[in-house]
Design a protein around this ligand. Structure first.
Ligand code: ADP
Length: 253
């Protein structure tokens, strides 16, 4: 070793080191920039529902007497905004825990979807969206909480970006001995081709004005993507034959 160290580095080696250090600096700069942007977007998204709550409560407090309708309206705002906050905080926590693979177990995909469908039934009812489950008994190995979160986000989007009275279909079947295909199809507004590659980036939302009418921070799909990658699966999006989108997940058994 001392012999190697005593040999002075050549000009080429020094040049190579300089390139490496420059690349490292660029990578770090980028990471800090992304982190800064991430925190700013997260703070902004958290502030919006809080501001709505604050304003509504302030207005409510200014009046001495209230009608039943005013009470109901306030409760409905509180429910909606706390649901939004809960979802956002859950997604942010999930992103910070992304390095933790959690406990692995054998998971029946059908059970997961049955739970999700029951949890989302009230949101679906509000939009008169019907959910169909066509699922075999495939079992995969993975983390239940993470896979639940991934499929929950996809199902919630399929309802949120659907039309009133639309449908969401889930098809789960064995592709081969080792692979299961999970397709979530909706009859919603669809995703333009030029946006398809971006929707998995954190905080990305297709056409802000269109998405603004629907609560969300643009974190859901980036979380789904990380979770599916963690499970060594694939996630793609295509157009649904009858309009709307189709999210395709392939998991290994
Ligand atoms: P969020 O729903 O909070 O905006 P996501 O990361 O889940 O964030 O989705 C990113 C964007 O992709 C959404 O804002 C929406 O424009 C688009 N998108 C996601 N799922 C669908 C879907 N099923 N149909 C149409 N557009 C969708």
């Amino acid at each position: 070793l001392s012999e190697t160290l005593s040999v002075p580095p050549t000009k080429d080696e020094i040049a190579e080191l300089t390139v490496t250090f420059n690349e490292m600096t660029d990578t770090l700069d980028n990471a800090f920039m992304m982190q800064g942007r991430f925190s700013a977007s997260a703070a902004h998204e958290l502030r919006t529902p809080l501001a709505v709550l604050q304003t509504k409560v302030d207005v409510f407090k200014k009046k001495k007497e209230h009608t039943n309708e005013e009470y109901d309206a306030l409760i409905s705002v509180i429910e909606k905004q706390t649901h939004r906050l809960r979802g956002l905080v859950g997604n942010l926590l999930e992103m910070t825990n992304m390095n933790d693979n959690g406990e692995q177990s054998s998971i029946c995909i059908k059970d997961i979807f049955e739970d999700i469908i029951s949890e989302l039934s009230h949101i679906a009812k509000d939009k008169q969206v019907t959910m169909f489950l066509d699922c075999d008994n495939s079992i995969v190995t993975g983390n239940t909480d993470l896979l639940y979160r991934a499929f929950y986000n996809l199902m919630e989007n399929a309802i949120k970006y659907n039309v009133d009275g639309g449908n969401v279909e889930v098809h789960v079947y064995r592709l081969s001995k080792e692979q299961v295909s999970i397709k979530i199809k909706d009859t919603g507004i669809g995703i333009p081709d030029n946006n398809k590659k971006n929707i998995f980036e954190p905080f990305y939302r297709v056409d802000k004005s269109r998405s603004r009418q629907v609560a969300g921070a643009g974190l859901g799909l980036s979380i789904v993507d990380s979770i599916i990658k963690k499970h060594k699966g694939t996630l793609t999006v295509t157009d649904n034959e009858n309009g709307g989108s189709c999210f395709n997940v392939i998991l290994t058994i």
